[in-house]
Design a binder for this molecule. Sequence first.
Ligand SMILES: Nc1ncnc2c1ncn2[C@@H]1O[C@H](COP(=O)(O)OP(=O)(O)O)[C@@H](O)[C@H]1O
Ligand SMILES: [Mg+2]
Length: 330
Amino acid sequence: MSQHTSALAIETAGLVKTFGETRAVDGVDLAVPAGTVYGVLGPNGAGKTTTVKMLATLLRPDGGEAHVFGHDVVREADEVRGRVSLTGQYASVDEDLTGAENLVLLGRLLGHHKKAARERAGQLLEAFGLSEAAGKQVKHYSGGMRRRIDIAASILNTPELLFLDEPTTGLDPRSRNQVWDIVRAVVAQGTTVLLTTQYLDEADQLAARIAVIDHGRVIAEGTKGELKASVGAGTVHLRLRDGGRRAEAAEILRQALDAQVQLEPDSVALTARLATAAGDTAAEQASRALAELARTGITVDNFSLGQPSLDEVFLALTGHPTHDTEEMAA
Ligand SMILES: Nc1ncnc2c1ncn2[C@@H]1O[C@H](COP(=O)(O)OP(=O)(O)O)[C@@H](O)[C@H]1O
Ligand SMILES: [Mg+2]
């Protein structure tokens, strides 16, 4: 492998996993710098969990290689296991125990004495906003609390590398934000995080670099900025007071923002797809557009700014939406 291996938490080359006819992971190359959050973004069935399981030594690759902190996941699986922790659909917490009991038990299993295990459990419950729920059985936790206790359980011993497999799928916005704060805190402690997600905004919030995967392959990789540059910065939806000035407004948006403007079926509505201008956020571009319109006396009744969705990313990168009709029918 490359001479930079020591600075990489994960390095894979041509990683493959097949299940019968399905090539779940079909030649994945990844290079994850240590000490960062790395986002693996892709729709359901893209191969995210299968990739994570191979890196965490839970599944054996059928081809290619993977190293975690320089250790081969097959030949040096024990070395890898000692350095990683995994949070996902295979949580280790026991539903019938309370949050506190779970963390103390897991701490004891990790070899901590009772007092140290209790202290660590208390710290984590506090840090994760679960102090009040500490005495409740986990089966009575909300979805957001459940995700947080799962993550707490996985960082009892601060791992060098933490896999978070879709940690916020299905959570309400407030719980998502709490999980995001936890991820930021974990990486601030020096842990490398590999985060899988179906949400572009989540990868955007947390990850330094992002790999987009589809059908078991990496179809794009880079910093957030690089990825967005290939997709566009977002979309502005506008509703004008006076539909008669729509063509004029469209022209202003084209010129002021270098945007692709689309006239909507609703005669007062238009949509501008923002290009990524260097050093200019979507919000800055949008406020410039509003200022230009105001200057020419065009009244905007309603306005919204949308981030590019995963669908838009996929459309831009692959020319097809995340789910083709076959999958929709299945
Ligand atoms: N144990 C398994 N047996 C058979 N097929 C599997 C198994 N695990 C995953 N797959 C298939 O491999 C593909 C990738 O799955 P997965 O890695 O779970 O994707 P993701 O986590 O991105 O949703 C899917 O087509 C899925 O149906
Ligand atoms: Mg998955």
